[in-house]
Design a protein around this ligand. Structure first.
Ligand code: ATP
Length: 371
């Protein structure tokens, strides 16, 4: 499972340094990003790294969220974005997070939200009797549609007659491309013990017959093109139960934006929590954004309590996107090593601070722990 199975990367660019935009953001974002970036030098692949200040502090000083021209600059001049977290109680309505993160997801058309659900150590799993091989799958969350497009409105607000509507937008094009991405991932040879790869599509077509009827019809059509893959379907309530009861039944799960949001937090929980959950917001072959699943966690910001491992695992996904699978695998192995050795922060039952955990990853990466 430390082996890369990433089929969405950039075309090779021999002789050119990759350009990485870093948006460290708010709260624990800058703390975990700073730790993860310590791995860049020992990994030995020269990157051009440029930091962007977009955050609550920047907004409070300048009123700027995502500046004009940023999307074009990132799309045309950068290979990937390494993102910490956005969210700050001083900023009303999460306007910075909305403008920057949703702005980048939609503006760069990052339609695949890819989240590994991969247990690093049995000790971290809250499920009885489950081993590492039992919790080892991917969730692909549709990332550009659903209720997140913010269609809808309210009427007679703050009165007893208030009416509120949020639309769940699903397009044939959007649904089809995320389902196809799931099959692309399933068809990459990986270390599952199963003979044929498995794709499970999760929806709620019994309650949402129009929107999720589209998911069902599209899924059946794409599945028929992949007879080598074992294709199945679950309603989201059953899928949530199965994540807990029999996680070993999953290889690749594909679902809508909202259900993916919820299911992947559950996925993180069965692997040890938000401190070890990585994600990519991806458009295959284009500049894509990699972020830990956790948010800015203002309650622990600045205290040295943040677990940096999700950020390291996220950086490993970024290396995969650059085509640097070796570097990604080395970083994942280093994280695995520190988790197995118990060199972890308090959220995982350890004693280390953020930077001490970073030191341990660095030692594992450079082989210092084996000397
Ligand atoms: P946001 O609004 O930015 O999503 P949040 O506090 O609502 O922030 P998260 O940041 O995702 O949500 O975190 C929820 C809780 O989980 C935090 O309050 C924190 O206690 C814990 N947590 C999250 N990330 C980490 C981490 N990397 N290390 C340790 N604890 C974490």
């Amino acid at each position: 499972m430390t082996q890369s199975v990433y089929p969405f990367g950039l075309a090779p660019a021999p002789g050119r340094r990759r350009r990485i935009a870093v948006i460290a953001g708010d709260g624990i974002g800058p703390e975990v990003v700073a730790q993860a970036l310590r791995a860049v030098e020992p990994l030995g692949i020269a990157l051009d790294i440029q930091h962007f200040p977009w955050s609550a502090d920047h907004y409070l000083k300048t009123q700027e969220t995502l500046p004009k021209g940023a999307l074009t600059e990132l799309r045309e001049h950068f290979d990937a974005i390494f993102f910490g977290a956005l969210g700050d109680p001083r900023v009303p309505d999460g306007v910075v997070a909305k403008d920057v993160l949703l702005g980048l997801r939609f503006g760069l058309d990052l339609y695949i939200n890819l989240r590994p659900v991969q247990l690093l150590d049995e000790k971290l799993c809250p499920l009885k009797g489950k081993q590492r091989r039992d919790v080892n799958f991917w969730v692909l969350r549709e990332n550009t549609e659903g209720p997140y497009v913010q269609m809808g409105g309210s009427f007679k607000r703050d009165t007893p007659d208030e009416v509120a509507i949020s639309e769940d937008l699903n397009t044939r094009r959007g649904v089809e491309r995320i389902i196809r991405a799931a099959y692309t991932l399933a068809n990459v040879p990986h270390d599952s013990s199963h003979k044929s790869p498995r794709v499970c599509m999760v929806d709620k077509a019994n309650a949402l017959p129009h929107a999720h009827g589209l998911w069902q019809r599209t899924f059946r059509q794409v599945a028929a093109e992949h007879p080598n893959v074992s294709s199945s379907h679950l309603f989201v309530d059953v899928a949530a139960m199965e994540f807990v009861r029999t996680p070993e039944r999953f290889d690749v799960v594909v679902t809508s934006n909202l259900f993916g949001d919820i299911l992947t937090d559950l996925g993180a929980a069965i692997c040890g929590g938000l401190g070890v959950a990585a994600s990519g917001n991806i458009h295959p072959g284009r500049c894509s954004l990699f972020e830990p699943v956790h948010g800015s966690a203002p309650d622990i910001a600045g205290k040295g309590l943040a677990n940096p491992l999700a950020a390291y695992l996220t950086l490993a996904m970024l290396y995969d996107h650059l085509g640097e699978h070796d570097a990604g695998d080395r970083l994942r192995r280093a994280v695995e090593e520190v988790v197995l050795a118990g060199l972890v922060t308090r959220d995982l039952g350890g004693q280390l601070s953020t930077s001490e955990c970073g030191d341990a990853v660095l030692r594992a990466l450079t082989g210092a722990t084996r000397n």
